[in-house]
Design a binder for this molecule. Structure first.
Ligand code: Z2T
Length: 795
């Protein structure tokens, strides 16, 4: 949009007066932020309505991205950037005596997700708006997001995330679009005169689902899409007891804080059905405004199932088509399969959702009937060709459990993994039986990130340098970063690249100083590992690397100075992960208080990692630690964000790391460790002995002993627990097996750091090659191969 500084300043002052009946300069920072947010909302609201009208008028096929998690991050900076008014607004703010960064920081960061999966969902919404695809989000408006993390005596303490304490400026409550979701009760099937069946419900618990819509503003294209989050309320008019009200409100009260374990809790099942049913109902209602024949649904609607949390969309859509529309089974099934598609995000067995049939049929009796029929027909259809054994192994119901991943594959026309390796492993292991039956459904869609947030907003100095070097086209199409490689031999450019990195390190160092009171020298390597705390991600291997350096420096060796920066939340019930958090804080205490380590080696564990902190940490990183055991990390996305900010990846050949290496070149990153097939062989042969490695490698021996010999303060029980996982339980994630190779790789980076020009060249190769990982391309591949939704032109 076009906006002059003068006009903006007048609008902003008027908005402040309108909202708070006061002058801008008298308002609190929060109020200044709120006035600005409401003003900006007004700037795009016409385009928002216009976008919807255009999709309807053109009868655009729409994609609905069903996800139980979204992590949009702060939206003010992103909306300003995408509207093309960021510079103008910042100049105006400055002229009014306000600091833009301070005003931006007053915005709450909605942590309505656990990590990669939720952030990916939001990146996709941002990307779809920016390429002009008709894509909508469908999820849950949790009253409390992911817990706020504090450290007390080195232990993680979880505090509630009361993110709605102040009104959320970007959302709009759409009371007029509320729907009713039914739980429990009994269901009777009655024959209609035409022979079709009618489902009659008795004694159901009804809940009102109220949507709150947030605009997803596209980049410089006038498109504004919608993220719709549902909130549970008592149905108006009913006489509800306080207890009933509390039970209803509980449905959307909290986000489950576990990224890798399915607790099998009834409330979680309620959450899943709540947003899935509300989403399906609102889609059908909207569809019926324009069409009478529900058989046309797949021509105008695609529904994507983000992991299995919304997989009961298969059953809910069948319910609507069978019971509400009176369709026959085969027609309803064909339409359901054509409409739905599914992404798997993990191979970890403990993360695969199953629901006890008993719980499922208590809570969702009609869906349970339909699930039984899906199972029966699946077995009947495929047993002759594929045999009873294979069909048994992959049927949706077995041993009294509903297996949601299998249901999702059977009820979708497409299923994908999130990196090439992951998609291959899905076909070869986790879903191999279903791959035999439905090979044509399987495909890969490597994840992506949004360089608008991670480079343009988070790294303004790098962005400005790129602009002056190759122009600004990369901001629209980040593949246009490739020509930067022409600067590989330009010492002046490389110096400027280092200077931009230094500015970011300064900013992070200042944050660390205020938060933790630690000094981080700017000439040190900033070595970053930021992701959920999980055994398979092997933060422990990183800790062992730190202890190796500590012992070496103690021994008089000289190493380039390194700051080890961690950000990680542990699921509150995940004992081992919490022990590792305590360990990292213990190692930090040991090292940061040792005068011999000052300026050389420091451990910086920044609490409360999330989208906003990531924006501070990532631009400052020199090394990106991506060290999961090969074959365990589906894709990873922090690897892509760090790459695009010029960090060198220290990686196993896992997830998208492999594709990052292909893109940046073998000399632009450092890899180590067992490969997926080596891991598989080692595990199959039962030849691995952690104890033998411990006995054979003196450094490793020394480090493992440090866990239990009192050298690290405050970890008596945690150290024992971790040592026992390594030695008694034989090191599930092969930390000891990869240790030597990890240290060797890390030393290669130390050596490269001594040649600043070569380091800068490797950083540049990463930046130049990072454009292919833009989510803009990922969603276009989904649009072409899976959803049949193409970018629109001319809103
Ligand atoms: C999650 O963030 C991921 C997988 C899950 O499996 C659950 C959660 Cl909350 C059920 C992550 C993967 O671990 C990561 O490799 C991947 O990059 C990300 O999803 C997005 O696909």
């Amino acid at each position: 949009m076009t906006l002059s500084k003068k006009r903006f300043m007048a609008d902003y002052q008027a908005e402040a007066l309108h909202l708070f009946a006061d002058k801008l300069e008298h308002l609190s920072t929060l109020q200044q932020y709120q006035a600005l947010a409401f003003l900006i909302k007004g700037y795009y609201s016409t385009n928002w309505a216009q976008t919807k009208a255009t999709y309807d008028r053109q009868q655009q096929k729409q994609l609905y991205y069903f996800s139980i998690e979204f992590m949009p991050g702060r939206l003010l900076g992103s909306n300003l950037l995408n509207l093309g008014i960021k510079d103008t607004v910042e100049a105006g703010l400055s002229e009014l005596g306000l600091d833009p960064e301070t005003v931006y920081a007053a915005e709450v960061d909605p942590g309505l997700g656990n990590g990669g999966l939720g952030r990916l969902a939001s990146a996709f919404l941002d990307a779809m708006a920016s390429v002009g695809m008709a894509g909508n989000g469908n999820g849950i408006r949790y009253q409390y997001g992911l817990f706020q993390q504090r450290f007390v005596d080195g232990y993680q303490v979880e505090l509630p995330d009361d993110w709605l304490r102040n009104p959320y400026a970007w959302e709009t409550r759409k009371e007029n679009r509320a729907v009713i979701v039914r739980f429990g009760g009994t269901v009777n099937l009655m024959s209609r005169p035409d022979g079709s069946l009618e489902a009659v419900y008795h004694d159901t618990d009804d809940v009102l689902a109220v949507p709150y819509d947030t605009a997803m503003v596209g980049y410089h294209n006038q498109v504004v899409n919608t993220m719709r989050l549902w909130s549970a309320e008592p149905v108006p008019g009913g006489a509800h007891s306080l207890e009933e009200k509390a039970r209803v409100n509980a449905i959307t009260q909290i986000l489950y804080p576990d990224d890798s374990d399915t607790a099998g809790r009834e409330l979680r099942l309620r959450q899943e059905y709540f947003f899935t049913s509300a989403g399906v109902q609102s889609i059908i209602t909207h569809f019926r405004r324009y069409h009478h024949d529900l058989r046309l649904l797949p021509q105008f609607v695609a529904i994507h199932i983000n992991d299995t949390h919304p997989a009961m969309a298969v059953l809910e859509l069948m319910r609507v088509l069978l019971d509400d529309a009176g369709m026959d089974w085969d027609t309803a099934w064909q339409i359901t399969v054509k409409t739905l598609s599914y992404t798997n995000h993990t191979l970890m067995a403990e993360a695969l959702e199953t629901w006890p049939q008993s719980m499922f049929s208590q809570l969702l009796p009609r869906l349970a009937q339909i699930a039984g029929e899906v199972d029966r027909r699946f077995r009947a259809a495929y047993t002759r060709r594929f045999g009873e054994l294979l069909v048994d192994r992959c049927a949706p119901i077995a041993d009294g459990q509903l297996r949601m991943a299998y249901l999702a594959v059977i009820g979708s026309h497409a299923v994908n993994g999130v990196a090439k390796l992951h998609s291959k492993l899905l076909q070869q292991s986790l879903l191999k039986d279903l791959y035999m039956i439905f090979p044509e459904r399987f495909n890969n869609k490597t994840n992506g990130i949004t360089p608008r947030r991670w480079v343009q907003i988070a790294n303004p100095d790098l962005s400005a340098l790129i602009d002056t070097t190759i122009g600004t086209n990369w901001r629209r199409d980040p593949r246009e970063l490739v020509p930067l490689v022409a600067q590989l031999e330009d010492p002046q450019f490389l110096t400027q690249l280092q200077a931009a990195k230094r500015v970011n390190k300064q900013r992070l160092a200042a944050l660390v100083h205020t938060e933790l009171g630690l000094e981080m020298p700017l000439d040190a390597i900033y070595d970053v590992q930021i992701k959920r705390l999980h055994a398979y991600k092997r933060q422990l291997l990183h800790v062992f690397g730190i202890l190796e350096a500590y012992l070496a420096i103690k021994n008089g060796e000289s190493r380039p100075p390194r700051m080890h920066i961690f950000g990680a939340k542990a699921a509150p019930s995940y004992r081992y992960a919490k022990a590792v958090i305590r360990l990292i804080n213990g190692v930090a205490e040991l090292i940061n208080h040792d005068p011999e380590m000052a300026g050389k080696l420091q451990v910086v564990f920044i609490p409360n990692y999330g989208v906003s902190l990531a924006e501070q940490i990532i631009p400052a990183a020199d090394i990106s630690e991506q060290i999961s055991l090969a074959g365990t990390e589906a894709s990873g996305t922090s690897n892509m964000k760090l790459m695009s900010n010029g960090a060198l990846t220290l990686a196993t050949l896992d997830g998208a790391n492999i594709e990052i290496q292909e893109a940046a070149g073998a000399d632009a990153m450092v890899t180590f460790g067992l490969t997926t097939s080596e891991v598989a062989q080692l595990q199959a042969s039962h030849a691995y002995s952690a104890k033998a490695l411990y006995a054979a490698n003196p450094t490793l021996h020394r480090i493992v002993d440090m866990l239990t010999d009192g050298s690290i303060p405050g970890i008596a029980s945690e150290g024992r627990e971790i040592a026992s996982e390594l030695l008694e339980y034989n090191d599930t994630y092969l930390v000891l097996a990869d240790f030597a190779s990890y240290i060797a790789a890390s030393k290669r980076l130390d050596a490269l750091w001594q040649k600043p020009q070569q380091w800068a060249q490797a950083a540049l190769k990463n930046i130049a090659a990072s454009g292919q990982f833009s989510a803009d391309f990922t969603v276009q591949r989904y649009g072409r191969d899976v959803w049949d939704v193409l970018p629109t032109t001319g809103i």
